[in-house]
Write a protein that binds this ligand. Structure first.
Ligand code: 13P
Ligand code: SF4
Length: 325
């Protein structure tokens, strides 16, 4: 299939505001190959908001935060799902749509939160706090989800905690998300000492420096940031909630206290907004490259498989989450 100049130019327009044409020239061959392979293999690409713009705007079919990707995975009709994100997201897609072939472009795409907690840790917490419900962040392995009562994401954590109607929960593994949600809901949090290696590095001093250098800036922090960072910000929410806030409020100048690609992806459609970029990069998310996605589609690797013994209880914890309205 050959591509005309106007088709190639239309593709470039998807990223023109954030990728220089000279850089795009090194990417366009992979982009076109991926678009062709998707059609040949009846595949769709679900991409997290932290993908780089050439993936997010260039080849993805569905983009979103962890919650949106989980919801969308249940609706996929295609034979193959490529999860451009990290391993726990691919596992979640497989749990929710088990008849599909779910691929992860690079098996090493982990997450410091998912790696911080084991099923044994959950069992020990349960034994130490009998009767207290276990709420597990989706950033965990299926084996950890299998030990939990219900999952949550940063986008629905308040709603999930409130739906339980209790004054104490075990909320794992992100100590900072738990502190932020505990403060918002008034529910006592029993925590595990996990943290996101991207968000734990931001400090209140960073926010102060941004405000000093950029008068009038709106600061939006992800709730995986430490509590003092969230308190120093104007708004806190999941990556999708950050985007919704910007669409609604149209701030003139914004600092997103999160992973680097987030600002790039929104900036493409909002050249009028000045993005201050004090970002930290997630090395796991960045293992998703055009070359890795192309290879994944060409060879139909790496297939995500689940242990049937943990799949059923893990699915139940995610489905309970999705059922909370
Ligand atoms: P959300 O996109 O759900 O806000 O999560 C951020 C994150 O760090 C996922 O790895
Ligand atoms: Fe995990 Fe943090 Fe990377 Fe998200 S940004 S995948 S929470 S390490």
């Amino acid at each position: 299939m050959s591509t005309t100049i106007s088709e190639a130019d239309a593709l470039y327009q998807r990223v023109a505001h954030v990728i220089p044409r000279v850089e795009w020239a090194t990417m366009v061959d992979d982009v076109q190959a991926i678009l062709r392979l998707k059609a040949e293999k009846n595949a769709v690409i679900l991409a997290h908001n932290y993908m780089t713009p050439e993936i997010y705007h260039g080849v993805a079919d569905i983009v979103g935060d962890s919650l949106a990707l989980a919801r969308e995975a249940t609706k996929v009709d295609a034979d193959v799902i490529v999860l451009a994100g990290v391993h726990f997201m691919a596992e979640t897609a497989k749990l929710l749509n088990p008849s599909k072939t779910v691929l992860i472009p690079d098996l090493r795409s982990g997450c410091s939160l998912a790696e911080s907690v084991t099923p044994e840790d959950v069992r020990a917490l349960r034994a130490a706090h009998p009767g207290v419900p276990v709420v597990t962040y989706v950033n965990t392995s299926a084996a950890v989800k299998a030990e939990s009562d219900i999952c949550c994401t940063s986008g629905n954590a308040v709603k999930i905690i409130e739906s339980l109607g209790v004054d104490e929960v075990i909320m794992i593994p992100d100590q900072f998300l738990a502190a932020n949600i505990g403060a918002q809901t008034g529910v006592k949090m029993i925590v595990h000492p996990g943290a996101c290696e991207v968000h734990e590095r931001f400090t209140p001093d960073d926010i102060e420096t941004i405000r000093e250098g950029n008068p009038g800036v709106t600061v939006i922090a992800h709730p995986e940031c430490p509590r003092p960072v969230v308190l120093a910000s104007d708004f806190s929410g999941s990556t999708a909630q950050m985007q919704d806030f910007i669409e609604k409020e149209r701030p003139r100048k914004v600092a997103l206290i999160t992973e680097c690609s987030m600002s790039d992806n929104i900036a493409q459609n909002h050249p009028e907004i000045d993005f201050i970029r004090p970002c930290n990069m997630c090395p796991h998310m960045k293992r998703n490259t055009l070359a890795a996605i192309r290879h994944s589609l060409e060879t139909l690797t790496n297939v995500v498989e689940l242990d049937p013994a943990t799949a059923a209880p893990a699915r139940q914890a995610i489905e309970r989450m999705l059922a909370v309205k």
